[in-house]
Structures are given as structure tokens and as C-alpha cells.
Design a protein around this ligand. Structure first.
Ligand code: NDP
Length: 635
């Protein structure tokens, strides 16, 4: 779904006019707020309220992005040792653009990019007023994600590598939770400072890829928890034993780490992700003279002098601007979808894979899908080369632009033989169709799938994939005029049978060559859903996606043999490994290259004509449905 970006100039002029005419009182801020401590998914609410008039020391900031950190979640739960007055706006970090300043503000101007440097100031809102003292101007060319996530994890990593064992040539650091946002900062700062580092991660199906990624960031060694137990790297003198250990996990994991430390080494604990205590054997104190410390960034910030703070932020900003320190792997989530971001951060099961989920990102560039050629890569990028053709494998990254900068994890290299329309529409409809056919039950050649909205992009992909895999499809379309043309188009694509809703309602038996459908794909609900349930084989599966997201209890009761499931591509994305994504995209690309899956009918359009594209785009099935593709190659 597309949404319109706010133009910065437009917003500024609206704000300025508002300021002049009505003294800011009409300016509204969208924000999250909680009135009680508890489960973030229950206590955090969305509200819109007016922005108070700007005080003489205040700065009006339009937020660009704010991350969700474990500490934010713990603060909302009331489990974090900071004082919060309720009601409170969550969010400790964030970046924005200055829109206006109070009369006595100096050193900050409208248009400056600023970060919020003090915790608990409430960054999860689109427009905010902050006291000038808690803001810091950062360079315009500092990345939004880097800026939004600068004050917690990079600073923690920096301090832990500075304040304990002095960094020197030959120092070896070991850390767990190495894939976390903080861990990735440790790796990169170590690389920039020439510090060897050993990184412990949890094992997972795509461990090779994770190791490769962390090595690209600068990891000297990446070991799973199991590998650490049996590793020979110290015995074989491949690397010295570490003299500094950074622990954010606790439990057995930290115990295993400290077994490998040098005499007189230090272990710094800064998190407790496993929720298990840190156990230290008595011998570690007596015979190895190990020392154990805690580190809390908030406490450091409270007592540190301004010069040390400035030095740290300057060093970090420089590393970021030199591309030596990247922001965490993240997923941009629209502000309205904040529950997704919270749910992601709360998930303690499995592997998150995606850290520091960033919240509001307005103005945002619309466009979820797209294809392009790589022009330039950053120095850490190792999976893609200039000149290669790539599609975006993650959504919400903004494709309606001529040039975009994306993380290598969010792009997938495709064959240059993949036609452009197919490539530009690869990552939503074909992926949705692919997953729905594969993930709910084993559909074999000769089986039948029934679907409604068969003429939609997703419906057309279902037809073509089923045809390629020898599966029959029964396709229901609306009772519109022009039906014959649609029917012929779908039959040409490989549909086994096409019916209007009325015709389908008359159906009771199937033609003998066709088995009753075992899988129904429902994105419309209502009569369309009823007819599919009527025709569905006993013990079949019905999948709800698109507009049909509510699964009616009564129907579930009446068809108690059937399995009712939901599908949302974003949910799949959030938990799929990159290997699974690659397998799917490669399968689809192969079918597209040999012409077995074609893009839906589309009309190329110049980007400047976007209004026409927006006006004419409809989200449900219709015979006049035209898919617009912004064609950046048009002269
Ligand atoms: P992330 O969510 O980005 O990363 C968490 C890391 O912990 C991931 O690598 C994850 O591994 C790993 N992990 C989670 N559960 C377990 C487990 N049961 N066993 C082993 N590993 C596990 O978090 P951050 O990097 O932002 O923060 C990490 C911790 O540090 C948090 O507790 C946070 O509160 C704390 N922190 C403390 C600061 C301070 O000042 N003291 C400052 C910053 C952070 P996987 O990738 O496999 O999911």
C-alpha cells in the first residue's frame, strides 16, 4: 500500500504559516503514549494531540526515525531503573529535522539534523518540542538509521572498549550476543581500532551467512555457543586468549566465555538477554584474578563531563561518516504499524535477525518493490557488486526514486535476463502466491486450488505458479461486464477453470477430471468466501490474506473439519531466514526468465506522473485494474 510523502518544504511552509497565524496551537503531533506500566502491546496507545507553544529554549523537531531498543520495552514494562512520570511517551533515541527554534536558542537552526542525546525524552512521535540542551546537531550526510541509533549502542560499545582494558595493539576482546545491535557496534569499532575480536552467536539455520556478515563487519572469529566449547583457536595459538569479555547474555553462555579468558582479564556485563544470572566460579577470582564489572550507559552519561561526551560523539559520528560504523540491521516500520515493531522487539523466541526496528519515518519515500542496477557499494559490502541487477527483498524501503541507498541484506541479485516488469513486481504478489501454495499443506500435481480475486496480481501469480507445478486452479472473478476478456486472459495464463461469482454459486459438482480443491485462497470474504468453503474438500485449508483478514467464528464452527489460516507476507518476512528468501526469489526468477510467470498487465509511467498512478490504482479486483510501473528509463 502506498502512502504520500510529506514534502519537507511543504511541511515547513505549513508549519511556518501555522506559527505566524495561530501561534503553533493548531499543530498536531502523532505520538505513542502509555498511562500505566505493563505489556507494551496493551499499554502503548496511539494518540494525536496539539503541540504546545514553543518556549524560548525549545526546538521544534520533525522526527525522521526512532528505534525500538530492549531498554524502551523494559521502561514501558516498568522494569527499567529510570524514573518515568506517567503518562509518558516512549522512546529514548531518535533523529529529526529542526523546524523552528525558540527565541533564545543558539547553535541550532531550522533545517539542522539533530539527535536526542538524553534518555526518556519521548522520541516515538512525529513532531516534538525538546529543550535545546538535549539536542545535538549532526552532519547532514550522517545516515538516518545511524543517527537514530547513535546514542545507546554505539556509545555503549565505545565506552566498554575504552574504559576498561585500554585499547592497544594485540588486545583481544570476546563478546556474546555478537549479532545484537550493540555487538555489531563492538565488532566495527574493534575493526576500526585494530582490536582482534571473538564473537559468540547462537546457532541457527543460516549460520554461515551470519558468520560471513559479521566477518564483513570486522569480526576476527565468529563461533557458535557450541563451537566455543570445543574450539582449538587458543590451543593452536591462532589468537591470544582475550583480556576483555563483553557479556550481554549471562547464564551458561557467559560462564563458557570466562573459561577462555587470560589471567587478570576483565568481564563487563551490560545486558542479561538470557534472563539467567551470571555465575562465576570461585577459582576465577582466586587463581585467574579475573575482575567483573557492570556497565550502564545512562549512569555514565549522568556523571561524565561534557568534553568526554563530545569526544565520544565526535569519534562515533566520524566513524559513521567514514562508513566504518554502520547502523544495525533494521526494518523501517510505518508509525501506524507500531504494534508490529513492538511485537518484533518483544519476541524472545527464535532469532530476531533484525535489530533496532526503527519507528516513524516521515517523510517517507513510498514504493515497496523495485528493480535497479547497483551503481556503487560501501566498503563493507560483500554480497553484491556494481553493475549487478538487484531487486528489493524487503519492503517499506522506498522505491519511488531514481537513486536509493539500501542495506545489502535488503537486496537480492537477479539474473540480467529477468525482464524488467517482472523484476519490478517480484517481491509482493509472486512471493505471496508462492508462500500460500507452499506453506499450508502439501499441494501435489493434480490437486486443485480455488481462489477468489483471481484477476488480481496475486491471483494471476497463483494461476501461473500452479500451472508451472502441475496444480489445477479454479478461479472466481466478479460478475462484471468484460468478463469474457478476463476469463480468456486467465485461461491463457494457465487457469484450469474460471467462473463468475454467480456461476460459482451454481456449482455443486466438479467436472470429473478435476479434484475438489484442497486449498482455498481467500482475499475477499463474504459470498466469495462462502462459495469457496462450500466447494473445499473435507479437511481442506482456507487461507485468509489481503482484505479478508477476519476469520469468522461461525464459519469455522460450520466447517470444523477445515483449517482456517492467515497469511501476511510481512509476518513471513519477519521470521524467514535469508536463505529461505533467496530460495524463493531464485525459484520465482527462474520461472520468470523462462516465461512461465509473467507480470500482470501494466502500464509504464514516468515518476512525475505519479498522481495519475495513485488515482487510478485500486486495491481490489476490478476489470479496469491497471498496474502502474514507474519506469525510470523513460526519456
Ligand atoms: P538486540 O536485540 O539487538 O540483540 C540482542 C542479542 O542478544 C542478539 O544477538 C541475540 O541473539 C542475543 N540473545 C538474545 N537472547 C539470547 C539468549 N537467550 N541466549 C543467547 N543470546 C541471546 O539488543 P541490543 O544489542 O540492543 O542489546 C543487548 C543487551 O544489552 C540488552 O539486554 C540491552 O538492554 C543491553 N544494553 C545495555 C546497555 C547498557 O548501557 N548497559 C546499552 C545497550 C544495550 P540472536 O541474534 O541469536 O537473536
Amino acid at each position: 500500500m502506498a502512502f504520500l510523502p510529506y514534502s519537507r518544504n511543504l511541511l515547513s511552509s505549513i508549519l511556518n504559516t501555522a506559527n505566524r497565524k495561530i501561534g503553533m496551537r493548531n499543530l498536531m503531533s502523532k505520538q505513542l503514549v502509555y498511562n500505566e506500566f505493563g505489556d507494551p502491546l496493551h499499554v502503548v496507545k496511539f494518540r494525536e494531540c496539539s503541540v504546545p507553544p514553543l518556549g524560548s529554549q525549545d526546538v521544534l523537531v520533525r522526527m525522521l526515525a526512532a528505534p525500538v531498543n530492549p531498554a524502551d520495552i523494559n521502561t514501558i514494562q516498568g522494569k527499567y531503573p529510570v524514573k518515568v512520570n506517567l503518562p509518558s511517551i516512549p522512546g529514548n533515541e531518535g533523529v529529526g529535522i529542526v523546524e523552528d527554534i525558540g527565541k533564545e536558542v543558539k547553535g541550532v537552526c531550522p533545517g539542522n539534523k539533530v539527535i536526542v542525546t538524553k534518555p526518556v525524552q519521548g522520541t516515538w512521535r512525529d513532531i516534538a518540542t525538546f529543550n535545546k540542551d538535549i539536542l545535538r546537531v549532526v552532519p547532514d550526510n550522517l545516515g538516518v538509521v545511524e543517527a537514530a541509533t547513535l546514542t545507546v549502542n554505539p556509545c555503549t560499545a565505545y565506552r566498554m572498549l575504552t574504559d576498561f582494558k585500554p585499547v592497544k595493539e594485540g588486545l583481544v576482546v570476546i563478546q556474546n550476543g555478537a549479532n545484537g545491535a550493540c555487538g555489531q557496534n563492538v565488532i566495527q569499532i574493534c575493526k576500526a581500532w585494530g582490536v582482534k575480536n571473538i564473537n559468540i552467536v547462537r546457532n541457527r539455520p543460516d549460520i554461515c551467512e551470519l558468520k560471513k556478515y559479521l566477518e564483513c563487519l570486522g569480526a576476527t572469529y565468529v563461533l557458535t555457543e557450541e563451537e566455543l566449547r570445543t574450539t582449538n583457536i587458543f590451543k593452536e595459538k591462532k589468537i591470544e586468549k582475550p583480556s576483555l569479555a563483553l557479556n550481554c547474555v549471562g547464564g551458561k553462555n557467559s560462564l563458557e566465555m570466562l573459561r577462555h579468558l587470560q589471567h587478570s582479564a576483565q568481564m563487563v556485563t551490560y545486558g542479561g538477554m538470557s534472563r539467567e544470572p551470571v555465575n562465576i566460579p570461585t577459582s576465577a577470582f582466586i587463581f585467574k584474578n579475573l575482575s567483573f564489572h557492570g556497565f550502564w550507559m545512562t549512569a555514565w552519561s549522568e556523571k561524565a563531563n561534557q568534553a568526554d561526551k563530545d569526544q565520544m560523539i565526535n569519534d562515533i559520528v566520524n566513524l559513521m561518516c567514514e562508513n566504518k560504523l554502520k547502523g544495525p540491521v533494521h526494518k523501517m516500520v510505518k508509525f501506524d504499524h507500531y504494534e508490529e515493531a513492538l511485537g518484533n522487539a518483544l519476541s524472545s523466541k527464535g532469532f530476531t535477525g533484525c535489530k533496532g526496528v526503527a519507528l516513524p519515518c516521515l517523510p517517507a519515500i513510498p514504493g515497496d518493490e523495485g528493480v535497479g542496477d547497483v551503481v556503487e557499494i560501501g566498503s563493507h559490502v560483500c554480497t553484491v557488486k556494481p553493475g549487478e541487477r538487484v531487486v528489493l527483498s524487503s519492503r517499506l524501503l522506498g522505491t519511488w526514486r531514481y537513486y536509493g541507498i539500501y542495506h545489502e541484506r535488503d537486496i537480492h541479485v537477479v539474473s540480467p535476463n529477468l525482464p524488467l516488469p517482472e523484476a519490478s513486481m517480484l517481491s509482493i504478489a509472486p512471493c505471496t502466491a508462492y508462500r500460500m501454495i507452499k506453506d499450508f499443506l502439501e499441494v501435489k500435481p493434480g490437486d486443485t486450488v480455488i481462489q477468489n480475486a483471481a484477476n488480481s496480481p496475486c491471483g494471476q501469480c497463483v494461476i501461473q505458479l500452479c500451472k508451472a507445478w502441475g496444480i489445477n486452479t479454479v478461479n472466481i472473478v466478479a460478475n462484471h461486464c468484460g468478463y469474457e476478456a478476463v476469463k480468456n486472459r486467465l485461461l491463457d495464463l494457465g487457469a484450469t477453470a474460471v467462473y463468475t461469482l454467480d456461476e460459482a454459486e451454481e456449482l455443486t459438482v466438479f467436472n470429473t477430471s478435476l479434484n475438489r480443491p484442497i486449498l482455498a485462497l481467500n482475499c475477499l470474504g463474504g459470498r466469495y468466501e462462502d462459495i469457496m468453503l462450500k466447494l473445499l474438500e473435507r479437511d481442506g485449508v482456507i487461507v485468509y490474506y489481503g482484505c479478508a483478514f477476519a476469520m469468522p467464528l461461525v464459519k469455522q464452527f460450520l466447517r470444523c473439519d477445515a483449517t482456517f489460516c492467515r497469511f501476511h507476507l510481512n509476518d513471513w518476512d519477519a521470521q524467514a531466514s535469508s536463505v529461505e528468501k533467496d530460495v524463493m526469489l531464485n525459484d520465482l526468477v527462474q520461472l520468470m526468465v523462462i516465461g512461465k510467470v509473467k507480470a500482470p498487465v501494466y502500464e509504464p509511467m514516468e515518476l512525475k506522473n505519479y498522481v495519475q498512478a495513485l488515482r487510478n490504482t485500486v486495491h481490489c479486483e476490478a476489470f479496469s485494474n491497471v498496474n502502474y510501473v514507474f519506469d525510470f528509463t523513460l526519456p
